[in-house]
Design a binder for this molecule. Structure first.
Ligand code: SF4
Length: 371
C-alpha cells in the first residue's frame, strides 16, 4: 500500500494570560486541563490511525503547549512514534519557567523546542503584555540547553511602537549570545480586536524595513541562513521541517480547537470554541467546523504567495501542473527575484515584498489547459 508523508499539528489552546497583541485561539489556562487532554487525544486517535500515513513531523503549538502535562505529550508522541518521525517540536513561554519540567519533555520525545522570547527588554515585554521578564527568558534558555535539547529556536518580535533599529539591535545581539540553532523574527502585526491592534501603534514602515534588513545583516554575518522571510537556521539541517512542509504544500493534520488540516486538494478547520470542541468529541463527532476544496487557481496563488516568501522560490513546473504558465520577464525587471533554472527565487528584499510579487505574478498568469 502506498504511504503518504504527512505533518501533524496539535493545538493546545491555553496560556498563562493573553498577550496584548495576540489573536491566536487561546484562553487563560483553567485549573483542570484534563478535559482538553482527553478531547485532544480522542481527536488524535480518530484522525490519525490510518496505517498508510507516515508522520514526518509533530508540532505542539498554541497557546502554550508546555502548560499541558509532559505525560500527556508522551502519550501523543508514542501514538505516532516511528523511524520516519524526524522532527518533534514544542513551543514554550518563559512565563512558565518554574512549572515546566523540560527534561520530561525531552524524554517524552520532543527533539526541538521553540521559545517565545520576543524581546530581551523589559519595557518591550510589558508593552507586549508578556508575562515574563527578560531575565526569565534568559533563565529559560539556559535551563533548556542544560536539559538535552540540541535544537532550540528563539522567537523575536520587531516593529514595536517606540522601538528604534538601535534598540532592536540589542535584542539580536543578545539572542546571538545563546547561539540558538534557529531564530524566527516577526514584524509586529496589529490584529484587530487586540489591545495593541486597537491602539494602532507600531514603528513606522521605514523603521520596520530597516530592522528587517538589520536582522538579516547581523544574523547572516554570524553564520545563519535566511531561508524564509521570518526564519533563520544556523545550518541547513536546522531549518524547521514542519514549517517547510507547509511551504511545500505537504499534507498535514491539525488537532485541537480551530486547527486546520490540508490534504492537497481540501482544507478543513475545526470548531474554535473550547466547550463546543470538547462536547463534539464527547458526542463521538469529529469537531470539524468547515472545509473547502482547493481549486487549481487557489493552489497556484498559494504557490506564489508561499514561494516568494522563501529561498526555495516559485517552481514554474509546479504552476504548469495546475494548468498555468507564468512569463517572468516583468517580475525579473523588479530586481527583487532572479531565475534559477525553473525557479523564481526572491532575494532578501524580495522576500519582504512577497505579497506584492505574488499579486503581480498572479496578474501575469496564463491558463494553459481547461475551459
Ligand atoms: S503566549 Fe503566545 S499564544 Fe499565548 S497569548 Fe501570548 S502570544 Fe498568544
Amino acid at each position: 500500500m502506498a504511504t503518504e508523508k504527512i505533518g501533524l499539528y496539535v493545538h493546545a489552546p491555553f496560556c498563562v494570560k493573553k498577550c496584548s497583541y495576540c489573536a491566536f485561539n487561546s484562553v487563560e489556562k483553567p485549573r483542570d486541563t484534563s478535559g482538553m487532554c482527553t478531547a485532544l487525544s480522542t481527536e488524535f486517535i480518530r484522525r490519525t490511525q490510518q496505517p498508510d500515513l507516515e508522520y514526518q513531523t509533530f508540532y505542539a503549538g498554541g497557546g502554550t503547549p508546555t502548560l499541558l502535562p509532559p505525560e500527556f505529550w508522551k502519550r501523543m508522541i508514542d501514538m505516532v512514534r516511528a523511524p520516519w518521525l524526524k522532527e518533534v517540536t514544542i513551543e514554550t513561554n518563559p512565563a512558565v519557567l518554574d512549572a515546566i519540567d523540560y527534561s520530561s519533555l525531552h524524554i517524552a520525545g520532543f527533539n526541538r523546542i521553540s521559545v517565545g522570547v520576543q524581546s530581551f527588554c523589559d519595557k518591550n515585554l510589558k508593552l507586549l503584555g508578556r508575562r515574563h521578564t527578560a531575565e526569565e527568558a534568559r533563565e529559560t534558555l539556559q535551563l533548556i540547553s542544560r536539559t538535552g535539547f540540541k535544537n532550540i529556536s528563539l522567537d523575536l518580535m520587531y516593529g514595536l511602537p517606540g522601538q528604534t533599529p538601535e534598540h532592536q539591535k540589542n535584542d539580536i545581539i543578545e539572542a546571538l549570545s545563546f547561539m540558538p540553532q534557529h531564530i524566527s523574527t516577526y514584524d509586529l502585526t496589529l490584529e484587530p480586536g487586540t489591545p495593541m491592534g486597537n491602539r494602532g501603534e507600531k514603528a513606522s514602515e521605514d523603521q520596520c524595513a530597516e530592522m528587517y534588513h538589520q536582522i538579516h545583516e547581523i544574523l547572516t554575518a554570524n553564520g545563519y541562513v535566511h531561508y524564509e522571510v521570518s526564519s533563520y537556521a544556523l545550518e541547513d539541517k536546522y531549518r524547521s521541517m514542519h514549517n517547510s512542509s507547509y511551504w511545500d504544500r505537504t499534507s498535514y493534520i491539525g488537532i485541537g480547537p480551530s486547527a486546520h488540516s490540508f490534504s492537497g486538494t481540501k482544507r478543513s478547520w475545526n470548531i474554535p470554541g473550547i466547550p463546543e470542541y470538547e462536547s463534539a468529541l464527547l458526542k463521538g463527532e469529529l469537531p470539524e467546523d468547515s472545509s473547502e476544496e482547493i481549486t487549481d487557481e487557489n493552489a497556484v496563488n498559494e504557490i506564489l504567495s508561499i514561494g516568494f516568501r522563501n529561498t526555495n522560490g516559485v517552481d514554474l513546473n509546479e504552476l504548469d501542473k495546475f494548468g498555468f504558465r507564468l512569463d517572468p520577464t516583468d517580475l525579473l525587471h523588479t530586481g527583487l527575484i532572479e531565475q534559477k533554472g525553473d525557479f523564481l527565487v526572491p532575494d532578501e528584499k524580495g522576500m519582504l515584498f512577497a505579497d506584492l510579487l505574488a499579486l503581480k505574478a498572479s496578474e501575469l498568469l496564463e491558463k494553459t489547459s481547461g475551459v
